[in-house]
Design a binder for this molecule. Sequence first.
Ligand SMILES: N[C@@H](CCC(=O)N[C@@H](CS)C(=O)NCC(=O)O)C(=O)O
Length: 229
Amino acid sequence: MYQLYIANKNYSSWSLRPWLLMRQLQIPFDEQLVTFEEGGSWHKFREFAPNGLVPCLVDGDTRVWDSLAIVEYLAEDYPQIWPEGKGARAWARSAAAEMHSGFGALRDICSMNCGVKVKLSEIPPALQKNIDRIDELWREGLARFGGPFLAGSEFSAVDAFFAPVAIRATNFGLRMSAEATAYIERILALPAMAEWIEAALRETWREPGHEEELLRAGTIVEDLRREPA
Ligand SMILES: N[C@@H](CCC(=O)N[C@@H](CS)C(=O)NCC(=O)O)C(=O)O
């Protein structure tokens, strides 16, 4: 049985990607949730991941320590992880890679916090550029492959890679096109996504670094999380 190491569901956008993909595609795994440490989790996460980061997949003697590498490792046994058709797979891989290595302003300013809604104090040009590019990319995929998912009729790895954007866009009130907004609603309605968010809202752990990121971005308008113990 695969073991998937993740961190706090409320904060960990990288953990969400393989977790959602595996849950949605019904790939069995044991979830190993290890909470973030105040000031950095390097030592704690090094106990299972050589790079000291989550997510990390353990399959017997094999350790896979990056979200994109995990997806590719799983795809060797579960080809449905990528869409059918060489052209759709090339598009999906390019888009997932663009998310994996880019959109720094969105990731920095709108950090994932499933339970908290924030009014941004400003939308700097770099953030608007990221939002516009994601909107363009999503509209392209939906139109070209016919939806309802980014690369066609089935949920695939490219949807999992953009899933945290659905949470960020909702919680930071980012304005997107009608097609992108409808796509966000579809992703949030997936049973596995609802399961992740419900679990995130039940968490009572708080990590000051992640909380401070929100305060730098704007004003908190709603906190739906369970009170810390
Ligand atoms: N490129 C990596 C990024 C992994 C990453 O940055 N993970 C964050 C959590 S979402 C982490 O482990 N941070 C450790 C820390 O905050 O100390 C991947 O795709 O898996």
